[in-house]
Write a protein that binds this ligand. Structure first.
Ligand code: NDP
Ligand code: MG
Length: 397
């Protein structure tokens, strides 16, 4: 039986992970759940899944959870140190990293450093920490399995040796020409650019195909999500610049592809439902039921593809450029974007200001530093957030 921890248990990926776990009570023992603020939902999850340990990042929510679970068998961990120690302990062997944003870095790294099997949804942790994350996995022997649907699709289409050597495999040596990262283009694929200034948070979080948390939904609308995924792909699959292509595929049926040198293209197809990639990694390399139906090809009238337009999606260009500008650039990009998205969701800045704010955060910065250590990454993240919070827009939201 797998001893499962779900970090970010109250979110969208958390829901899907626990739904798959519930289908297979003989395979998964849910040992630890964490979240930030939603104590009521967490208490219900702990009771439903008979969870051993729980932790809420916000102290008030953690105290509330302890009250709610006073009569239950779940132990509510009191300090962050206890929580990180629990992730690293023998109580847990498989960790779903599904906290949103940079907040996921330290708990995810704790799992990586302790050599756990890490099911990685929290792409921001990988983007902000650069080489350090994969190096740490190599040192500890942690197995990283990609949950993000595109990376999971690519992973499924790779030769077994590349799957085993994630982060270090040479694609070229395995006859791979390039990876094709697909994305839907989000809700504003055909919206006239002149109307972009009127985009509200309500419109931006309505993704046409996927149901996700608010931050990644806004990232999908700006295509910063695809940019973060581009950086994620570089780190996971050790790609050169010529080895990744981004392609808009509005139907979200193909989740990404691998082009081989003989002209073959391998693709993974499926419903836009995260339970599929989650089930794939949870019992990898075995296949288990996810609760998702297969595709009905009679219902798919067309599969279309188009190159992304950087005028429509400046955030995608910013992320691709940051990917080749040195390690500090991706840390700054991630922090600035997180603050910008939150400020947009709070009604503080306009949709188009997200790209402006990230651009100004990166402008004039020397990112050619040698590799940052964890303290350097955290300090740069903090400073970039401060800068992004104080940024003022020339247009009013
Ligand atoms: P949600 O906003 O739905 O959920 C976020 C989760 O993180 C919540 O459980 C939240 O807790 C928790 N959380 C936030 N801060 C902390 C913290 N400091 N400590 C512990 N828990 C915290 O996000 P999603 O599930 O959509 O996304 C999660 C991650 O997965 C993101 O990195 C995203 O990019 C990635 N991802 C998501 C996909 C999707 O389809 N949703 C697809 C591919 C990747 P609370 O609710 O209690 O505040
Ligand atoms: Mg994705």
């Amino acid at each position: 039986m797998k001893k499962l921890a779900v970090l970010g248990a109250t979110g969208s990926i958390g829901d899907s992970t626990l739904a798959v776990a519930k289908l297979h009570p003989e395979l998964f023992d849910v040992k630890l759940l964490s979240a930030a603020s939603n104590a009521n939902k967490m208490a219900n999850l702990c009771l439903t899944h008979n969870v051993n340990f729980a932790y809420m990042f916000e102290p008030q929510a953690n105290a509330e959870l302890a009250k709610l679970l006073a009569q239950a068998s779940t132990q509510v961990l009191v300090t962050e140190a206890e929580y990180l120690a629990c992730i690293a302990s023998d109580e847990v062997d498989t960790v779903m990293a599904a906290i949103v944003g940079a907040a996921g870095l330290m708990p995810t790294l704790a799992a990586v450093e302790a050599g756990k099997t890490v099911l990685l949804a929290n792409k921001e942790a990988l983007v902000m920490s650069g080489a350090l994350f994969m190096q740490s996995a190599e040192r500890s022997g942690a197995q990283i399995l990609p949950v993000d649907s595109e990376h999971n699709a690519i992973f499924q289409c790779l030769p077994p040796e590349c799957q085993r050597q994630l982060g270090y495999c040479s694609l070229q040596q395995h006859g791979i020409s390039h990876l094709i990262l697909t994305g839907s283009g989000g809700p504003f694929l055909t919206k006239p650019l002149a109307e972009f200034n009127n985009i509200t948070p309500e419109l931006a979080v309505k993704h046409p195909n996927w149901s996700m948390g608010p931050k990644i939904s806004v990232d999908s609308a700006t295509m910063m999500n695809k940019g973060l995924e581009y950086i994620e792909a570089k780190r996971l699959f050790n790609t050169e610049k010529s080895e990744i292509q981004v392609l808009i595929h509005p139907q979200s049926v193909i989740h990404s592809m691998v082009q081989y040198c003989d002209g073959s293209v391998l693709a993974q197809l499926g419903q836009p439902d995260m339970r599929t990639p989650i089930a794939h990694v949870m019992q990898y390399p075995e296949r288990i039921r996810s609760g998702v139906q297969g595709l009905d090809f009679n219902q798919i009238s067309q599969l279309t593809f188009v190159e992304p337009d950087f005028a429509r999606y400046p955030c995608l260009k910013l992320a691709i450029d940051a990917c080749y500008s040195g390690q500090a650039a991706t840390t700054v990009l991630n922090a600035a974007n997180e603050v910008a998205v939150q400020r947009f969701l709070d009604g503080d800045i306009a949709f188009t200001d997200i790209a402006e704010l990230v651009t100004q955060s990166l402008d004039g910065r020397n990112c050619e530093t040698s590799q940052l250590d964890i303290e350097g990454i955290l300090a740069l993240d903090k400073e970039s957030r401060r800068h992004a919070l104080s940024w003022t827009s020339s247009t009013k939201a």
